[in-house]
Design a protein around this ligand. Structure first.
Ligand code: DBV
Length: 249
């Protein structure tokens, strides 16, 4: 099987290991680590594989990847780093999606509390120059639903590229991915715990974001076609977006 986005995942795994001295495995529920199915037609079946990976560390509740691969498409790396709500940190989100029609690429440090400048300003100050450098080299990906606005930063890098485009992947998308991730790891290593009161607010913000992502997951249709709706719903709620509904009393 060809895993188109494997160099990106390899890079992320290595950087997390290098920069987070407290890194530990994160338990992946039974049945989610790897799933295979046949797609395509009876005459020409195509195998499609979905693989999961996850770790945790100081400041990070869950860093997880979901990878989908078939020959030649779809190819997906969805990487989300969910901060621990006891730290003033955004989410890291990367959605690298290759479909028959081309690449669809999203990269962001997404706010937990978008309206709160104490939360967003320190991130934005550092993300803005990185965003500006890369956005000029990549075509705009087009409109995003207005309801998604509260969950994106002003540094949302969003582009669509044709399948044959390799130069821009190598010279803009991959370096942008590395810079967004390195900035995120800078923020994590510098973060100090917040007050109990603040952490409750951050948890509520994480709850809203996670509910939105689970409800609107653009992969739901594709995963349901491959693996059925029951497995897909469990995968979305019990692994991809698994923030507990409530804090323990
Ligand atoms: N997206 C996910 C997860 C995926 C996944 C968990 C396991 O959140 C894949 C896989 N994204 C995925 C697929 C598609 C998209 C599209 C398969 C294509 C859907 C299709 O056309 O059939 C960014 N991803 C998209 C779209 C957006 C994002 C805006 C287009 C949606 C549309 O056109 O309907 N996802 C969104 C986002 C982040 C993210 C901003 C974080 C940076 O992960």
């Amino acid at each position: 099987m060809n895993w188109f986005w494997q160099p990106y995942l390899d890079h992320a795994q290595q950087r997390l290991k290098e920069r987070l001295s407290t890194i530990q495995p994160y338990a992946i529920p039974e049945g989610f680590r790897e799933r295979r199915a046949q797609t395509g037609s009876k005459a020409r079946p195509v195998e499609v594989v979905t693989r999961s990976w996850a770790v945790k560390a100081r400041g990070i509740r869950q860093a997880r990847a979901a990878c989908v691969a078939a020959d030649p498409t779809p190819q997906v790396l969805n990487l989300v780093i969910n901060p621990d709500h006891h730290y003033e940190l955004p989410f890291f989100g990367a959605d690298l999606v290759t479909l028959a029609g081309g690449h669809l690429l999203a990269l962001d440090l997404q706010p937990v509390l978008k309206q709160d400048s104490h939360h967003t300003a320190p991130v934005w100050e550092q993300l803005e120059p990185i965003f500006q450098r890369w956005r000029h080299r990549l075509p705009d990906g087009g409109p995003i639903p207005a309801e998604a606005q509260p969950y994106f930063s002003d540094g949302f890098l969003w582009t669509r590229l044709p399948l044959g485009e390799t130069t821009l992947l190598d010279e803009a998308v991959f370096p942008a991915f590395r810079e967004y991730l390195d900035l995120y790891l800078d923020l994590v290593t510098a973060a100090e715990p917040v007050s109990e009161e603040r952490s409750l607010l951050l948890f509520a913000g994480q709850r809203r974001y996670t509910d939105y992502r689970a409800e609107k997951d653009p992969a739901r249709g594709m995963l349901s076609r491959f693996y059925g709706p029951a497995w897909t719903e469990a995968y979305i709620h019990d692994f991809l977006f698994d923030l507990p509904p409530h804090l323990r009393a």
